[in-house]
Ligand binder design. Sequence first.
Ligand SMILES: Cc1cc2nc3c(=O)[nH]c(=O)nc-3n(C[C@H](O)[C@H](O)[C@H](O)COP(=O)(O)OP(=O)(O)OC[C@H]3O[C@@H](n4cnc5c(N)ncnc54)[C@H](O)[C@@H]3O)c2cc1C
Length: 494
Amino acid sequence: MNTPKVNKDYDLICVGGGIMSATLALMAKILKPDLNILILEKLGKVAQESSAAWNNAGTGHSALCELNYTPENEDGTIDISKAISICNQFEISKQFWSYLVHTGHITDPHSFIHKVPHHSWVTGEANANYLEKRFNAMKEHFMFQHIEFTKDKDVMKKWFPLIMHNRKDDEAMAASRIERGTEVNYGELTKKLFHILETDYDTPVHCNEEVLDIDPDKDVEWSVKVKNTQIGNVQHLDAQHVFIGAGGGSLLLLEKVEIDEKDGYGGFPVSGQWLVCKNEAVIKQHHAKVYSKAGIGDPPMSVPHLDTRYIDGKRELLFGPFAGFSPKFLKEGSNLDLLKSINFKNIPSMLGGFWHNLPLTKYLIEQVAMSFDDRMDDLRKFVKDAKNEDWKVVVAGQRVQIIKRDEYEGGRLQFGTEVVSSKDGSITCLLGASPGASTAVKIMLDVLEKAFPEIINSEQGTKLLKEMVPTWNTEVDKTTFKNQLKHSEQALRL
Ligand SMILES: Cc1cc2nc3c(=O)[nH]c(=O)nc-3n(C[C@H](O)[C@H](O)[C@H](O)COP(=O)(O)OP(=O)(O)OC[C@H]3O[C@@H](n4cnc5c(N)ncnc54)[C@H](O)[C@@H]3O)c2cc1C
C-alpha cells in the first residue's frame, strides 16, 4: 500500500478501515464509478478494531432473539415496533451482500455468513410469561411468523442440548426460536469489501495513515491532515466530502471539526471480554445463538448470550460479553481518550449523562471487579457443568456510547448510533455502536443521502438502488418480504 499523493483532490475521503467506511465507499462507487475515493486507516491492516471477528459478537441483529428490542409496555403488552425496524434493516444488509454475489464480486458467501438459529431463553415464571407474550405478539407479524415457543424442556434439549444438560425438572424456563438467524464474520466481510474496492473499483485503501485533523478549506470543502505512522511524515489531502468512520475514534475527530452540529456530544467507553471455549467436544454440542435477559437496570449491551461462531474457517463457542471500563476509545487507543474528549461544550451533557446513569456505573464497577471464577459462575447459569479448564478469556472490542445534550437532564446516554453531519452534508460522522455492523448498509445509505443526494436521486442512482437494496425506503408488505428473504437466502446460501 502506497503513501497517498500530496494535495490530490478527492470526492470523498473515508476515515477508518472498518465495515462502515467499506460499505459506504463501495456503495458510492457502484452508484457512481468515477467518484474519486480514498480510505485512510491508522493501523497496519483494515478491520482490526470493532469490525474484527473476535471483537464483536457476530450476530446478524434482526431482532429474532434480542429481548431489548421487544420491551414490555406498562399495560403488559409487548412493543414490537423496534424489532420490525431492526429486522428490516438487517434484510437490507442481506440484500446488498446478495447483490455483490449476483454481480460476481463475492463468490463464497460462507466465508462470512452462516445460518445459525436464534433463540431467546429465560428462567423464572415472570420471565417465561414475558417471553410467551412476546411470542404471541411477534407471531402475528409476517417478519416473525415462523417463531416457535416452548416451555417444554425436551424441546429445549433439541434446540440447545448443552444448556439443557443436568437441568432439574422444577426449574421454570421458556425459550423461543427462529430458524433463519445468522452468524456473520464482519471482519472477513469488511476485508472482502475493501478488496472489491481496490481491485474492481480502483479505490486506494491506505493503512498506517492516521487522520489528525479535518479543517475547512477555501478552495475545496475540507483539508484532511494525515500522518504516516511508520515514517512520521504529515500531509494535507483535499476532499469535497469526508466521512468519519473511525469507530470509537470518531468522537475525538469530530470534536476537531469546525461545525456547530458537533456541540454537546460526548462519549462513554465500555470495554468487553468473552469466555471462549477451548474444548472441541463442548463446541460441537452447541449450534445456536442463545440470548437471555439483561439483569434489572443493566444496559442492553450486557445481555448474556452463548453463541456458535465461525471464525477463520473454524467453529467456535463464545459466551459474554462481560463489560468493563477502560478510558480508551479504541482497543488500540490511548488512556487519555476519555479525558481528551471532554470540553466545555460537552461538560453539561457528560455530567447529566453520568448522573442519570448511575446504575450503569455500578454495573460496570461490578463487572470490572469480576474474577475468572466469577465469570465462570455466570457461564454456569447457561452451561451448568462448564469446567474452568475448557474456557479462556479473550478481550472484545471497545464501544463508545453516545452522550447527547438533553434539555431536561443535561445529557442523555444513548445505546444506538447517530449520523452527525454539517448542514450541506459535506462532512458526516458516525457515532455510537449499536445495533452496529448488521445495519451498516442502512446507516451508510443515510450517509449517502446526506452527502450525495444528487447521486441517490439521479435516474441511474434510483435504478441501481432498486437492484442493490430493493426494499430500502419502501413500505414492506408480506409478499415482498417473503420474496426478498427467499432471494437473499438463496444468494447467500443460507
Ligand atoms: C463487544 C462488541 C460486540 C458487538 N456485537 C455486535 C454484533 O453481534 N452484531 C453487530 O452487528 N454489531 C456488533 N457490534 C458492533 C460492531 O462491531 C460495530 O458497530 C462496527 O464494527 C463498527 O464499525 P466501524 O467501521 O464504525 O468501526 P471500526 O470497525 O472500529 O473501524 C474504525 C476504524 O477506524 C480507525 N481509526 C480510528 N481513528 C482513526 C484516525 N484518526 N485515522 C485513521 N483511522 C482511524 C480504527 O483503527 C478502525 O480500524 C459489537 C461491538 C462490540 C464492541
